[in-house]
Design a protein around this ligand. Structure first.
Ligand code: PLP
Length: 410
């Protein structure tokens, strides 16, 4: 008889996977997590790119508890607001890569990307340019799983089988300004936004070619389109600045974020809306922005965000990303042998090994799990590393040495 399947239908997993497929985590502390058999793992992926401050921070748990005991949740539609949402929006605006920004809150990255797409289109509507609805994104890229971001996502398997996607989304190859220009020659007037990750994360960890992001900025200015940075992975310290935009010295018009805003202690995401975009939204006093989620501005989530950012500031974790990341990069580069490990890609504190066909990323992930190290395979030829920003030099060495052992074992 086949064993009963778990009632938990897992995300990004085979629905038919048997229960023994799953590793059950019970506890986390710093860069470590433990499973229900007591085995310790180094979390070289900060869970799913998000646990910047490390696991088990009592300070965030206390902030969550205190807020939940006072006013756990209250909606922010129309006339309602709350102190944690106001304070976190002010904090995010203060560290944002653009001056005078405002912040819209969501519960995660997918909602944030779809919010940015809707803001881009509604600003065209307000400006009485109804045909200006095209969103340009890139191949490869990852922008979440809601229909807007899914359509923009440059990963064909993720789009397969989900029926008609969002109209007026055009994907162009990454780093190819000529391909982009060919689209703009045809459709430039109708483009409302170009959506890009500063460093492509979940679609394979690819840094931009030098000058590419600047090229996007120039084209957006020329055609009157918004430049949207999807910083769901890069935001909140991963690239050694609060935002990837600051690392690359580019000022976007909107920034989508999630993940490390709370280090994942409570789900939270959002969109930073820069001065030019907000000016359009605010231009008609009777215009109502008919978009929002039940949990937009959720006080307990925002309290977690405030506590998380306070830790990052106090412990200098944004700067620490550079030191930790440089150590990781140096270690990973010692694994490149040309035969099995082709290259190391990434930037600051997010890296990947590019494998040759001699090594399968899924199998390497499994051997690494056995070694007590959690990494993320992306397709057959990439292994991603994105450790918590608090990971010690010894643990970075252990991640690299463990990978070396795992490769030797394969
Ligand atoms: C760049 C980017 N955008 C959007 C998303 C979607 O975020 P979520 O899974 O929170 O919906 C992700 C998730 O990894 C991401 O990396």
């Amino acid at each position: 008889m086949t064993p009963a399947l778990s009632p938990f239908l897992h995300p990004f997993a085979r629905p038919a996977a048997p229960p023994e497929t799953f590793v059950r985590f019970v506890r986390g502390e710093g860069a470590y997590v433990w499973d229900d058999a007591g085995k310790r793992y180094i979390d070289a992926m900060a869970s799913l790119w998000y646990c910047a401050v490390g696991h088990g921070r009592a300070e965030i748990a206390d902030a969550i508890r205190a807020q939940a005991a006072t006013l756990a949740g209250y909606q922010c539609f129309d006339r309602f607001t709350n102190e944690p949402a106001e304070a976190l929006a002010a904090k995010v605006a203060a560290i944002a890569p653009m001056q005078n920004a405002r912040v819209f809150f969501t519960s995660g990255g997918s909602e944030s990307v779809d919010t940015a797409i809707k803001i881009a289109r509604v600003t065209s509507h307000i400006a009485q340019k109804p045909g200006k609805t095209i969103i340009i994104s890139r191949e490869p890229s990852y922008h979440g799983v809601a229909y807007g971001g899914l359509t923009a996502t440059g990963l064909a398997p993720n789009r397969e089988g989900f029926g008609p996607l969002l109209p007026d989304v055009i994907r162009v190859p990454k780093d190819d300004l000529a391909a982009l220009d060919a689209v703009l020659d045809r459709e430039g007037d109708r483009v409302t936004a170009i959506l890009t990750e500063p460093i492509i994360g979940a679609a394979g960890v690819f840094p931009p070619q030098s000058g590419y992001l600047q090229g996007l900025r120039e084209r957006c200015d020329r055609i009157g389109a918004w430049l949207v940075f999807d910083e769901v992975i890069c935001g909140y310290g991963r690239l050694g600045e609060w935002f990837g935009a600051q690392h690359f010295g580019i000022e976007p018009d909107m920034v989508t974020f999630a993940k490390a805003i709370t280090s994942g202690y409570v789900p939270l995401g959002g969109v930073i809306v820069g001065p030019k975009v907000r000016a359009v939204l605010e231009s008609q006093s009777d215009f109502i922005f008919r978009h929002g989620y039940t949990y937009s501005g959720h006080p307990t989530a925002c309290a977690a965000g405030l506590a998380n950012l306070a830790i990052m500031e106090r412990e200098g974790l944004v700067g620490a990303a550079k030191t930790m990341g440089a150590h990781l990069e140096k270690g990973l580069k010692t694994l490149v042998d040309g035969d099995r490990v082709k290259e190391v890609r990434g930037g600051v504190a997010v890296w990947a090994l590019g494998l040759t066909p001699a090594l399968d990323a899924l199998k390497l992930r499994d051997v690494l799990l056995d070694e007590g190290i959690i990494v993320r395979p992306i397709g057959p030829a990439t292994i991603a590393y994105c450790p918590p920003l608090v990971t010690s030099p010894d643990d970075i060495d252990a991640i690299v040495d463990g990978t070396r052992r795992a490769i030797a074992r394969m």
